[in-house]
Design a protein around this ligand. Structure first.
Ligand SMILES: C[S@@+](CC[C@H](N)C(=O)[O-])C[C@H]1O[C@@H](n2cnc3c(N)ncnc32)[C@H](O)[C@@H]1O
Length: 316
């Protein structure tokens, strides 16, 4: 895989993905990760593509894309589908029994929202990120330590030891709070349902390695492809809407220098002293104690200080 050079002509396409997937995956490559957000069939404007199919037609379309994806997937690979929970529930047996893909985990993506308020129900502010796998070649790659949440109680002796051993946090929960792509963001286009780069990169970095093939069969603004090539993966995308080539990335958007690292935090978060059950004074004391601790070897001290500086930097 290392010898393939990313270029938009081979990796970006227009067409029906149930067919294009089988015809246009570059030779010699197998998809390690599908990461996609299908049309929700609720009437969004996708140019020449109807987002109001009859229910049976819609389910058939999703099934055909999942089945084609399974055919071109590596024996050990992932499929992440972002959708509304009730829509997934409606398609559950088809998705998990008729396509080859097996259920792995149900993740909830929550996003604060000021739209969709109603007097009849609570405000919709979440979607499902459904994780499916093909495990014919053993468990697909998973790197839960690449993106972590910082420890909340670094003063606990066991946690302090973990920090001194070079760890910087725990694996993520199965619910993610990530803001929607807002109009003020540089990455935002005028397309419906553009998925935020933080979420896309989180999945890509946790389930693939640099050089792997990552595909989005409902690519829209090619946000998944951009997240993939920005992290040194080979991003492949296809969309049936003939207007989408204007979103295709350029050949020089591929980041060939990208290197993976462990224990990164992908969202700025204030250190929550209240949730951690300490005062600001306790936190300051901790930093001081680490600086004054002569028993720590220079290497361990460096790590501890780095961790505490990091904690410091995450608070206001
Ligand atoms: C929810 S949007 C995807 C938005 C995308 N996640 C983003 O961040 O920009 C769904 C897309 O699926 C496309 N689509 C619908 N049916 C398709 C098919 N059979 N093959 C390929 N694309 C299709 C629509 O044109 C639309 O752009």
């Amino acid at each position: 895989m290392g010898s393939v050079i990313w270029n938009r002509d081979d990796f970006c396409h227009v067409g029906d993905s149930s067919k294009v997937l089988k015809e246009k995956i570059p030779e010699g490559l197998k998809v390690k990760l599908f990461l996609t957000d299908p049309p929700y069939n609720i009437g969004h404007n996708y140019g020449n593509v109807s987002d109001r199919l009859k229910k049976e037609e819609y389910h058939e379309m999703i099934k055909n894309v999942l089945t084609s994806a399974y055919e071109v997937a590596d024996d050990s690979s992932h499929f992440f589908m972002i959708h509304y929970p009730e829509a997934i529930a409606e398609m559950w047996s088809m998705i998990t029994q008729d396509t080859g893909w097996k259920f792995k985990q149900w993740i909830t993506w929550a996003y604060p929202s000021n739209i969709g308020m109603s007097n009849k129900a609570w405000t919709r502010a979440s979607r499902t990120v459904l994780w499916l796998v093909k495990d014919e070649g053993g468990d697909p790659t998973f790197h839960p330590k690449r993106i972590i949440r910082p420890y909340r109680n670094p003063w606990d002796r066991r946690v302090a030891q973990l920090i001194q051993d070079g760890k910087r946090g725990c694996s993520l929960y199965d619910w993610w709070e990530i803001n929607l792509t807002k109009n003020v963001n540089k990455e935002k286009s005028d397309y419906s349902n553009q998925i935020p780069q933080t979420l896309l990169r989180r999945v890509i970095r946790s389930t693939t390695d640099v050089g792997d093939l990552v595909a989005d069969p409902f690519a829209g603004t090619f946000s998944t492809v951009k997240a993939a090539i920005g992290t040194g993966r080979l991003g492949w995308g296809c969309d049936l809407n003939g207007d989408t080539p204007k979103y295709w990335p350029d050949d020089n958007d591929f980041n060939g220098e990208y290197q993976e690292e462990e224990f990164s935090v992908d969202q700025e978060e204030k250190f929550d002293v209240v949730r951690a059950g300490i005062s600001q004074g306790n936190l300051n004391e901790l930093v001081k104690r680490a600086c004054d601790n002569d028993e720590l070897s220079p290497a361990k001290k460096k790590w501890t200080l780095k961790e505490l500086e990091f904690i410091e930097s995450t608070r206001e």
